[in-house]
Write a protein that binds this ligand. Structure first.
Ligand code: ATP
Ligand code: MG
Length: 750
């Protein structure tokens, strides 16, 4: 039952069709935001399966975020049918690597029960190592350095090691830290985010047959791949050298995470017969939003220029608003959200709105204003839900059930609920474990068996509670996993496990005792956690197994247990950059970092705090990358775009902020107050979103027309805008040259 050709290609423009159907082995789609790169990549996957005839399980697709992976899978599923999308190896690089390691890791000596250390875990481990070895390095800096070394990929890393003859004293500490950190991860059977990639490279190098079935690899957001991801891509494609990449150098914003734009030129050099396709029409944003975004990115004179023309009409001019403080800025955003929804006659909902921040720390005022206004919101990046203390505790319990040797997790739950064990004792037990080479679990077991150790003294009471309230129940749960041990032989699944755990820990009582003020909210969070777990189990059941196809002569471990897969899912979802906590489909305003918003779009976008020091960020090393970040933020907007900045800083020392230097030169092209929602504006919004314009009466529904309609400078005549677009669009401030001629690729570097 293959999809008719015309259905796959329906609605695509010529260049998109060419990219979808290209029979070149390597295809590179380099194009600006909103030009349909992801859309085209998705169609190409369907094409390759349905028309070229690749088996879905032989196709590997890497996306940048968890959310993008989910969306793409849904779209492919709709086209392919029969649940065939579930067989495609589709996900972020990290989740794909995890899947291979779970299946084949033991061939490179990996214990199959490995866990994932997320960024919080890594930070905690490194902080402890720095203290213990009295290293004269900052823990955060050390962590960044270690991650950089790993992300460079094995080739670059060994080259660097050879060059590293003369070492700085600080360098030596960094290396000690790296070594000890790695040793700790190994003994605790943990992999951090970077290790997932590094170990997968090792696996595919040593056992190329793991990927001997792979016909083709497709990668979205290619401009942000780092060295080790580049190696992985080539290893996946090693058999047939069939690679499709899509990307936009102007949206390269992960240099700080070792992404290398160089990988783009490197690919074109290594695969000289690559079919390059450029897409030049922007289907996402109104003309004025695109126009202003391009004015910002064109300040970068060194960039690789490409054409990008709007297909939509001019729409409403973006707003730039100066406010007194971060608090008034947040209030203004809330009032604009309300106004936009009211004036749209509910054509727009909370779901249509995103607030994109340069850094997560800016969210405080915005969260509080939204909260006061009763507007529900979600935080993208997972740093909210899974970060709650009660959820973290439950996750730690699950991690210890899965991996008793996870010392950090065990140390955190040892006295939660209270068991009369103090901080100092926990530290001393941890040290005892580390010096004796035993796991903390083993040390506790020794204590509870009554074996006195010289080092740490536990009270009889504490020993009893540890043994009866922690070690025994967890051992018991571990034994029951997978057994049909319910009353009627019902399996002891993930949800039952969590519920059992809550009851043996008297968790509700614990919340009441330790958080008398808000225990109800916390207990509600626990219920939400159970329902997330239930959803996860249901999705697994529905999508079938995500095992890799059988390869002859290579043994695969079937990861039958739900628990490790759930834990991995949570760890990958709590990556602030690429994760997503799965609380989808609710009509919520989105608060996200700009980084995590990459590839996504919303009808209405707010970008607060566009002042110097926030964007560009004070600590940013690469100003051009900061400009690209603003460009990414602005180009997420489809219909309405609001930039704003507080004049006075939030630290209350009376220091004045300055408008971001990326915005200042073009500030004249913005409106300085909320747009006028007259009928033409709402008409254009409806057209872009392909929704129905509500009847006239609801649009102005008795609200005074606050602003002069002239503010929007509004020719909606489509013919007129087309001419303007092809002529090069003279902006309102007389600037021109938005549409640049299709330019040449810059000279290959490096
Ligand atoms: P980004 O660089 O931000 O990731 P992109 O190039 O991947 O952007 P998409 O997200 O694929 O762009 O597409 C942007 C929007 O344009 C989407 O809503 C998509 O459905 C729509 N779109 C893409 N191609 C077409 C087309 N040929 N006709 C109509 N709409 C299109
Ligand atoms: Mg995209």
């Amino acid at each position: 039952s293959s999809t008719p050709k015309h259905a796959i290609l329906h609605g695509l423009n010529d260049a998109q069709r060419r990219a979808v159907t290209s029979d070149a082995a390597t295809v590179a789609i380099l194009a600006g935001p909103g030009s349909g790169k992801t859309h085209t990549l998705t169609a190409r996957v369907v094409w390759l399966v349905d028309h070229v005839g690749f088996r879905p399980e032989d196709v590997v697709v890497a996306t940048f975020t968890v959310k993008a992976a989910r969306e793409m899978k849904e779209r492919i599923g709709r086209a392919l049918g029969n649940g065939r999308e579930n067989k495609i190896v589709l996900g972020t690089f990290h989740s794909i690597a995890r899947r291979y390691l779970a299946a084949y890791g033991r061939h490179i000596g990996l214990d199959q029960k490995f866990g994932i250390a997320d960024s919080d875990d890594s930070r905690a481990i490194i902080t402890r190592i720095c203290k213990r070895f009295q290293l004269s390095v900052d823990a955060a800096a050390a962590r960044a350095w270690i991650s950089k070394q790993k992300a460079k990929g094995t080739e670059a890393a060994s080259a660097a090691a050879r060059k590293d003859a003369a070492k700085l004293p600080g360098q030596r500490d960094l290396e000690t830290c790296y070594r000890e950190y790695q040793r700790y991860l190994e003994t605790s059977n943990l992999l951090d985010y970077d290790d997932l990639l590094v170990r997968c490279v090792e696996l595919l190098r040593k056992f190329p047959s793991c990927v001997s079935n792979v016909q083709t690899v497709l990668i979205d957001e290619y401009q942000d791949t780092n060295g080790v991801q580049y190696e992985l891509m080539k290893l996946f494609a090693q058999r047939h050298q069939r690679i499709t990449i899509v990307g936009d150098p102007d949206q390269s914003i992960y240099g700080w995470r070792s992404a290398e734009i160089r990988n783009l030129w490197r690919l074109l050099q290594e695969f000289p017969s690559t079919d390059e396709v450029s897409l030049e029409e922007n289907y996402r944003s109104s003309q004025s939003i695109l126009h202003l975004s391009l004015l910002v990115i064109q300040q970068d004179k060194k960039r690789y220029q490409k054409a990008l023309k709007p297909v939509h009409n001019r729409g409403s001019r973006p707003v730039l608003r100066k406010l007194k403080s971060a608090a008034t800025e947040a209030e203004w955003i809330v009032s604009e959200i309300r106004r936009a929804i009211a004036m749209s006659g509910s054509m727009l909902t909370h779901n249509d709105i995103a607030i994109l921040l340069r850094s997560a720390s800016l969210s405080r005022h915005i969260e509080s204003s939204l909260g006061k206004a009763g507007i529900a919101y979600r935080m993208v990046g997972g740093f909210k839900f899974y970060d709650r203390a009660e959820i973290k505790t439950l996750l730690d319990y699950l991690r210890v059930i899965h991996q008793p040797e996870n010392n950090d997790a065990l140390a955190r739950i040892m006295n939660v609920p209270r068991r009369g064990i103090g901080e100092v004792t926990i530290k001393s037990l941890l040290e005892e474990a580390e010096t004796s080479g035993l796991s903390l679990w083993a040390v506790l077991s020794k204590h509870c068996r009554g074996e006195r150790t010289a080092k740490t003294k536990l009270t009889k009471h504490a020993e009893q509670r540890l043994s009866g309230g922690l070690l025994r129940p967890l051992t018991d749960i571990r034994r029951r996993v997978g057994e049909a041990s319910g009353p009627n032989g019902t399996p002891f699944g993930l949800v039952q496990m969590i519920e059992h755990l809550l009851s043996v820990l008297s968790f509700e009582k614990h919340l009441l005792a330790s958080h008398p003020d808000d225990h109800e909210q916390r207990w509600a969070n626990v219920q939400e956690f159970i329902s997330l777990a239930a959803d996860f189990v249901r999705d697994l059941d529905r999508s079938g197994d995500d095992f890799l196809p059988e390869i002859e002569g290579l043994q695969q471990t079937k990861e039958a247990e739900v628990l490790p897969r759930f834990l991995a899912n949570v760890s990958l979802a709590s990556d602030a950059q690429t994760g997503d906590d799965g609380q989808e489909n609710k009509p919520l305003v989105t608060i996200s970092t700009i980084h995590a918003a990459k590839g996504l779009e919303w009808p209405v976008v707010f970008v607060p705090a566009v002042y110097n020091g926030s964007i560009p960020h004070v600590r940013a090393e690469d100003g051009d990358e900061e400009r690209r970040l603003l460009y990414v933020a602005m180009t997420r907007a489809q219909c309405l775009l609001y930039l704003s900045w507080p004049v006075f800083g939030s630290n209350g020392n009376g220091e004045r902020n300055e408008l971001s230097p990326f915005v200042a030169p073009v500030s004249g092209s913005f409106l300085d107050k909320g747009p006028c929602f007259d009928r033409p504006v709402m008409g254009e919004v409806a057209r872009i979103l392909q929704r129905k314009l509500p009847p006239e009466s609801t649009i102005f529904g008795g609200l005074p027309a606050l602003f002069n309609p002239e503010d929007n400078l509004f020719p909606v005549d489509p013919e007129h805008s087309k001419q303007e677009a092809s002529a090069g669009f003279n902006g309102e401030d007389g600037r021109s040259g938005v549409v640049v001629p299709r330019a040449k690729r810059p000279r290959l570097q490096g």
